[in-house]
Design a protein around this ligand. Structure first.
Ligand code: SF4
Ligand code: F3S
Length: 371
């Protein structure tokens, strides 16, 4: 399963992918990378002529949701993605070899392409008690990620667990779970958070790497700006309802059925940066808010703790003018807004410092935190 040194173009041609489909793929990648359309030909030239980067996929404390996301890729299909675009040489969940054969595949790629291969990490890394809570082949994830990631050209942390610790790091964090960048600092690391990450963003990152020879520009949390540079709230199809003070007040009420804003139902879109409203999911079919549920803020550092209770409205929204006005319109009484924000701020601060919650808060958290 070790990568042949063939180009993506050769790979796609070998698998009978037409020139038209290939250019369509390059156009989709140009759009995903938020580049002007004229870059399509440059991307096409790069992916046609440059060898596919060997890719090793490591899986630690996770639910395999990012692998599921990978397997559901359709543009290109998973076969094209795995065999032709990404050249995945090692992936414990989907690779044919097992046991020693799998380990050999891993070692072969590491030796042959030292400093050239890309590592994708899925899942968090437990650090407590020397990392004993996740071991593969007798070695801890902590040891493995330093060894395998340390000789890579770049490491991509796929999903919120690999990026920032995610659900395994939620209080009380029994395993001391952290993201990759907390334990590895010698190679470039890019975070693609999300629960799960959107595979379009992974493919676009690899295409960017092929085309420009480097990882894309990132924000302060190590996330590529092309995918995390804009706020959900600013591209949401329900935004006009937010601005007009039209909110769903209960699941299934008239406002919910009419597609009104989900802010009062706990939507975290005003504090979440991700390109979900633009690229969407399942071949662009839909996305969480389009399907009638608020954004849970899954791409933000500190998810899960910072975004729960999921169905509690945000205490305030960033920005001024129309956002603040709309909030006041929604509540009706300015004093009520201040009181609600103050109470939520106090509860959030207590939660962040580990202070015990009052009984009604505990009940509300249990009711509302359903995953
Ligand atoms: Fe959309 Fe949520 Fe913002 Fe409402 S609060 S406009 S549902 S992102
Ligand atoms: Fe996550 Fe919100 Fe997108 S929950 S998948 S960032 S809409």
């Amino acid at each position: 399963m070790t990568a042949e040194k063939i180009t993506l173009g050769q790979g796609l041609q070998k698998r009978g992918v037409s020139r038209r489909s290939f250019l369509k793929f390059c156009g989709a990648m140009t759009a995903a990378l938020a580049l002007p359309a004229r870059y399509t030909s440059r991307i096409a030239e790069a992916v046609e002529t440059k060898p596919r980067p060997p890719l090793l996929w490591l899986e630690y404390q996770d639910c395999a949701g990012n692998t599921e996301s990978l397997l559901r890729a359709s543009q290109p299909t998973v076969a094209q993605l795995v065999l032709d675009v990404l050249s995945v040489d090692y992936h414990e969940t989907i690779m044919a070899p097992a046991g020693h054969q799998a380990e050999k595949s891993l070692r072969d790629t590491m030796e042959k392409y030292k400093g050239q291969y890309i590592v994708v990490v899925e899942g968090s890394i437990p650090t407590k008690d020397d990392g004993v809570y996740c071991t593969i082949g007798g070695r801890t994830a902590l040891d493995l990620v330093k060894d395998i990631g340390g000789s890579a050209a770049a490491v991509i942390a796929a999903g919120t667990c690999a990026a920032y610790g995610g659900l395994p790091a939620a209080a009380p964090d029994p395993t001391g779970a952290v993201g990759v960048s907390k334990v590895l600092s010698t190679v470039p690391i890019l975070n693609l958070p999300g629960c799960p990450m959107n595979v379009i963003n992974l493919t676009a990152t690899v295409v960017h790497y092929l085309t420009f020879g480097e990882l894309p520009a990132v924000d302060q949390f190590g996330r590529p700006l092309f995918a995390y540079g804009e706020r959900i709230h600013d591209h949401c199809e329900r935004r006009a309802h937010y601005d007009a003070g039209q909110y769903a007040e209960a699941w299934g009420d008239e406002g919910h059925r009419k597609g009104w804003c989900l802010y009062k139902m706990g939507c975290k879109g005003p504090e979440t940066y991700h390109n979900c409203p633009v690229v969407r999911w399942n071949e662009g079919t839909n996305w969480p808010i389009g399907a009638g549920h608020g954004c849970a803020g899954c791409a933000e550092p500190g998810f899960w703790d910072s975004m729960t209770p999921f169905y509690r409205r945000l205490p305030n929204t960033p920005g001024f003018g129309v956002e603040t006005s709309a909030d006041k319109v929604g509540l009706g009484v300015v004093a009520g807004v201040t009181g609600a924000f103050t109470m939520h701020g106090l509860v959030s601060a207590m939660r962040a410092t580990g202070e015990p919650l009052a009984e009604h808060e505990t009940i509300n958290k249990e009711e509302n935190t359903d995953g």
